[in-house]
Design a binder for this molecule. Structure first.
Ligand code: GLA
Length: 402
């Protein structure tokens, strides 16, 4: 996504309200109408590049958010001030701007997509703050989309069922696909909309059935390591991978008409199709087919509390993304290597689209500090870069902050 300046530290809804009042006199006139909404980022535990192949994913909404304090207006104008750098953007709901203006595209896209789906939207003035690292592979775009959706909807029109929350996720995905122009799958918006505290969310991207998988986090912590390396070619390579998967499906279908997506392919079918696929297409398909199985195996392992098995599955997922799907980077590989050798490290893999960004790690809770120190040091030695290590907690999906 277009970088959106982020701010560090905790987000305080009361302080945000005050900043809104200071910035917008109309908020001072009607303080009782002020609302604070937020959308969480996400980290994916396993199931990478499977969502657009109708496969399985296992993301977690995290306790890092994009937060907005806003005052609703009836002038059909949306105006947003980013507190990190003081910049303001605005647009009219009845004359939506073309995309290409930066982060406001996501807000305008969601306004467009909500209207297309028959959800009435309203204007507002808002200030925005974030403690979610931007463009780091933690879905700051989905967080912004979901926060925007909640801001654009009147209180009595907002989702009050999980079904509505799923619809909102799909509306946000459509904003990104058809307005902003990124062909992402549903995982990020799903996690940001439907996340639950203490749990990862298993989503079947074909049926859209999902369930919460309670994480055994008494003795273990989820730790995100940010490689602090630029996400080179992420958008173009992402789209290229999608096309390669579509190509694999087409070629396999030429012999097996029942195959609608790589979800319908198992490893035996893939082996039988070897003569149809060139090497590269074969490797892409092998990743997707094996990754789907790893998601299901990882859910089993988590439910058994078998963290060693989780470690093996994360390692296999990372190797597959590195060698078969080719979306890792030297920095992500170095970070996984550092985490694997670090005290307390139980499981490590790259997370998200790849080409830079973050890794997700399971770490023994009482050794998190040693882990962080060791990873930071080894990573700096290997790459010259200063990575960032943060413990994240599974949190609830987007909504109003009380
Ligand atoms: C990005 C996309 C998701 C998903 C992941 C890879 O985060 O937005 O839909 O495809 O990459 O798993």
């Amino acid at each position: 996504m277009t970088p959106l300046p982020g701010a560090e530290g905790d987000l305080d809804p009361t302080a945000l309200r005050e900043r809104l009042i200071a910035r917008y006199p109309i908020a001072a006139e009607a303080p009782e109408t002020i609302e604070v909404v937020r959308g969480p980022g996400r980290v994916n535990l396993i199931g990478e590049h499977t969502d657009y192949n109708e496969g399985f994913v296992l993301p977690v909404a995290i306790d890092r958010w994009i937060m907005m304090a806003l005052v609703p207006t009836d002038d059909r104008v949306v105006e947003l001030t980013l507190l990190a750098d003081g910049t303001t953007s605005r647009f009219e709901l009845d004359a939506l701007p073309r995309p290409g203006r930066g982060s406001i595209d996501y807000v305008a896209g969601v306004a467009w997509s909500l209207s297309e789906s028959g959800w009435p939207v309203r204007g507002f003035r808002a200030v925005l703050a974030s403690n979610l690292p931007m463009s780091a592979g933690l879905s700051s775009s989905a967080a912004l989309e979901l926060a925007s959706a909640w801001a654009l909807l009147d209180a009595d029109r907002r989702p009050d069922t999980d079904q509505d929350r799923m619809e909102l996720a799909r509306i946000a995905q459509r904003a990104e696909n058809d307005f902003v122009g990124v062909r992402c799958g549903l995982m990020d918006q799903f996690a940001s909309s439907l996340g639950r505290p203490g749990a990862a969310m298993l989503l079947d991207c074909r049926s859209l059935d999902y369930r919460a998988v309670t994480l055994p986090l008494e003795e273990h912590a989820l730790v995100v390591c940010d490689s602090a390396s630029p996400r080179r070619l992420a958008a173009s390579q992402y789209n290229a991978r999608r096309e390669q998967c579509e190509r694999a499906t087409r070629l396999i279908r030429s012999r097996r008409p029942s195959v609608k997506s790589l979800r319908d392919v198992d490893s035996a079918t893939l082996a039988e199709s070897a003569d149809l696929l060139d090497d590269e297409t074969m490797r892409r398909a092998q990743h997707v087919v094996s990754e789907n199985q790893r998601v299901l195996d990882c859910v089993d392992a988590l439910e058994r509390g078998d963290m060693e098995a989780v470690g093996r599955l994360f390692a296999a997922s990372h190797a597959s993304l590195r060698d078969l799907y080719e979306v890792s980077s030297p920095e992500l590989d170095a970070l996984v290597e550092a985490a694997t050798a670090a005290p307390g490290g139980v499981a490590a893999r790259m997370t998200g689209a790849g080409f830079g960004g973050c890794t997700i790690n399971v770490v023994e809770r009482n050794r998190v500090d040693d882990f962080a120190e060791s990873v930071t040091l080894s990573y700096r030695r290997a790459t010259g870069l200063t990575g960032r290590v943060m413990v994240v907690n599974p949190s609830a999906g987007a909504g109003v902050v009380e």
